[in-house]
Write a protein that binds this ligand. Structure first.
Ligand SMILES: NC(=O)c1ccc[n+]([C@@H]2O[C@H](COP(=O)([O-])OP(=O)(O)OC[C@H]3O[C@@H](n4cnc5c(N)ncnc54)[C@H](OP(=O)(O)O)[C@@H]3O)[C@@H](O)[C@H]2O)c1
Length: 291
């Protein structure tokens, strides 16, 4: 029962690897730079070194694998992000269609249910649809907004400012990627689900950005002021930073398309994960800001 894991050095992937090792599995890791794995991990896994944008590498690395955990590695800043994400997933989809991969757990996102109009998330919707058509067993994990997105603007948070283009008063699900890794590992180890499955990972509670600013103020020990910005202001800032137009629209689209979104899967026992933002901010964010 070989399990292949992509992005094993990422927030979600690293947690998945740890749990698979603790479960007694020797996973196959598709990794660009094995030196980025912990030394203790390297001796316990089957390393396939390569870049996920290298189709020949991916095709060879997943062939004959029972289950693949697929994470789209495409940075939002890439030119033509949607096309790049779809092209990167193509060899996996080809292998699943050819029956060389039996099961895929795919890290998707809330918003993918809309299929179009959600910026770079449209690519995850496209990958979902293409995986569905392969005939393999596929699980789409529609994940909430990651706590780790807060790491993108450490400078702002250090200065007491939380900038967002999301509707500041609209609650949406937020999750700790580590908890998402728990769900991924459980699903990878369970060999009894079949067909097409969609499962959301919503974190412990829905939060508006106003509530996030309040929680961060308490956890970080200094006031965090919310700074709402418009889509056009975001566009201007991303353009000024030199991002290509397709990347700018991919990023603005994720926020604009998620506005007012009610996720397809309800919050319930299966979709709720435990770690509150306050605990994550205290344990992970605060030390980074104090450095
Ligand atoms: N952020 C959100 O709110 C959110 C919500 C729902 C879904 N998601 C999905 O979550 C995923 C990100 O997960 P994450 O936060 O765990 O990742 P992450 O911590 O940002 O790490 C990115 C990972 O991708 C790897 N990577 C990047 N480019 C690569 C390439 N060309 N070839 C091979 N590996 C490559 C990196 O490897 P190196 O160590 O080599 O750099 C690293 O392991 C995205 O697919 C996104 O769609 C995110």
């Amino acid at each position: 029962m070989t399990i292949a894991v992509t992005t094993p050095t990422g927030h979600v992937g690293s947690r998945v690897v740890r749990l698979l090792l603790q479960a007694g599995v020797r996973p196959r890791l598709l990794v660009r730079d094995p030196a980025r794995l912990e030394e203790e991990t390297r001796s316990r896994v089957d390393v396939r070194q390569g870049d996920l944008t290298d189709a020949a590498f991916v095709r060879e690395a997943v062939a004959g694998v029972r289950t693949v955990f697929w994470v789209d590695p495409t940075p939002h800043t890439t030119a033509d992000p949607i096309e790049t994400s779809l092209r990167t997933a193509a060899p996996l989809i080809e292998a699943a269609r050819a029956g060389e991969v039996g099961r895929v757990v795919f890290l998707s996102s809330i918003g993918a249910e809309k299929r179009h109009g959600v910026g770079h998330i449209d690519a995850l919707a496209g990958i979902e649809e293409q995986l569905d058509a392969t005939g393999a067993d596929v699980l789409h994990l529609r994940c909430a907004y990651f706590f780790t997105n807060l790491l993108f603007d450490l400078e702002g948070l250090a200065q007491g400012v939380l900038t967002t283009a999301f509707d500041p008063g609209h609650p949406m699900p937020w999750a700790d990627p580590r908890d998402i890794g728990d769900v991924v590992a459980a699903r990878l180890l369970n060999d009894t689900w079949h067909g097409r499955v969609v499962q959301a990972v919503h974190g412990p509670e829905d939060l508006s950005f106003h509530e996030v600013a309040r929680i961060l103020s308490a956890a970080l020990g200094h006031p965090i002021r919310l700074h709402p910005v418009s889509d056009d202001a975001t566009r201007d800032a991303l353009r000024a930073a030199g991002l290509p137009p397709s990347a700018v629209e991919g990023m603005v689209g994720m926020t604009a398309g998620s506005r007012g979104l009610v996720p397809e899967q309800p919050r319930d026992l299966l979709t709720t994960t435990p770690t509150p933002l306050s605990a994550w901010a205290h344990a992970q964010l605060r030390p980074l800001l104090e450095k």
